[in-house]
Ligand binder design. Structure first.
Ligand SMILES: C[C@H]1O[C@H](OP(=O)(O)OP(=O)(O)OC[C@H]2O[C@@H](n3cnc4c(=O)[nH]c(N)nc43)[C@H](O)[C@@H]2O)[C@@H](O)[C@@H](O)C1=O
Length: 325
């Protein structure tokens, strides 16, 4: 039975990866800060009636600041595959908290790579990078050869980690690679991100639980895809040896305004009657036309995003409507 180690296991992507790898008969190990937070996490569907986790899923307490402990756990598990998904996930917040962002993203990745380098049989390693590494790209869409020009501490820390994964691949011959992930969403997305905030707002307004939805601005544009597809791509990336970096994107750019229009249309309401704005929610630095070219992933891995933008929003709104039925 193959063994896998996942950081960020309770997040959106981590939880979909667990679902996928349980289907594929892996033994799964994950790093958590607080095991008692499990009931409210994206893994709660795996808790049986008795509150016991699936017997092939093991959670380990740990923190990236405690490299000795991490080294001990990883050395004991001896994973075949390693998916590093953890880290502060908001580009906007990184402008306020650059130091902790760079620690949680950049230094954490470097510590893991150092631990893996010392293992007698290092696992294949995937780093979850971000389109934010391209911040102000010279062209659109971006691909694996686009220069890295981040515009936020978040993007810079992701770029550092991605470069480190590449350096360990070339300098130390480890099977380390990065998925350059564009925005990807699902019913498991946290309400801090605009897709879920809008879907939740539209559903709650429809049910009479809230009057207004307050947003920063409608002008931002993103390349949004379906999270379970992106997680499947991550797994495919590690099955294709020697491993390599891939852009994972839908290849289509949409605005926050389109998102709002579709979400409110799903609940038969006019968004103009319900949306207001707060200047404090405006992102001061917006990436320029963050649209990815997923051609390499399609050609080599046979991968593509399967859920179109409108359908993705409809699924989010429906799941939120069901929560407040
Ligand atoms: C690729 C990248 O993708 C994600 O980061 P993000 O793109 O910043 O995601 P978001 O959903 O917070 O913002 C999207 C857009 O929506 C605008 N927007 C307007 N009004 C609100 C608002 O009220 N809240 C939020 N959050 N955004 C708002 C905001 O200004 C921006 O234009 C992460 O997965 C990240 O980890 C990652 O790597």
């Amino acid at each position: 039975m193959k063994k896998v180690f996942i950081t960020g296991i309770t997040g959106q992507d981590g939880s979909y990866l667990v679902d996928l790898l349980l289907e594929k008969d892996y033994e799964i190990h994950g790093l958590v800060h607080r095991p008692d937070a499990l009931m409210n996490s994206n893994l709660r569907h795996l808790l049986g009636d008795s509150g016991v986790l699936n017997r092939r899923l093991f959670l380990h307490n740990g923190a990236f600041e405690d490299a000795t402990h991490l080294r001990r756990i990883i050395g004991k598990v001896k994973p075949d595959e390693f998916y590093h998904l953890a880290g502060q996930s908001s580009p906007r917040l990184s402008l306020e908290l650059p130091e902790s962002t760079v620690d949680s993203i950049g230094m954490a990745t470097l510590r893991l790579l150092e631990i893996l380098r010392d293992l007698p049989d290092p696992p294949k390693f995937l780093y979850a990078s971000s389109s934010e590494v391209f911040g102000s790209p010279p062209h659109s869409p971006q691909d694996e050869n686009t220069p890295l020009t981040p515009t936020t501490p978040y993007g810079a820390a992701k770029a550092f980690s991605q470069q480190m994964a590449r350096i360990y691949r070339t300098a130390y011959k480890l099977q380390t690679c990065s998925a350059i992930l564009y925005n990807h969403e699902s019913p498991r997305r946290s309400g801090n991100f605009v897709t879920m905030k809008i879907a939740r707002g539209a559903a709650r307004i429809k049910r009479g639980l809230q009057q207004k939805l307050t947003l920063g601005a409608l002008g931002g544009r993103r390349d949004w895809g379906w999270a379970p597809d992106y997680v499947r791509a991550m797994w495919l990336m590690l099955q294709n040896v020697p491993v390599d970096d891939y852009v994972l994107a839908s290849g289509r750019l949409h605005s926050v305004q389109e998102l709002v229009e579709i979400a409110f249309r799903c609940v038969d309401l006019n968004w103009r009657d319900h949306v207001d704005f707060d200047a404090n929610l405006v992102t001061s630095i917006e990436p320029v036309a963050p649209c990815g070219n997923p051609a390499k992933a399609k050609r080599v891995l046979g991968w593509e995003n399967t859920v179109a933008f409108e359908e993705m929003i409809a699924r989010l709104v429906e799941s939120e409507l069901n929560k407040v039925a």
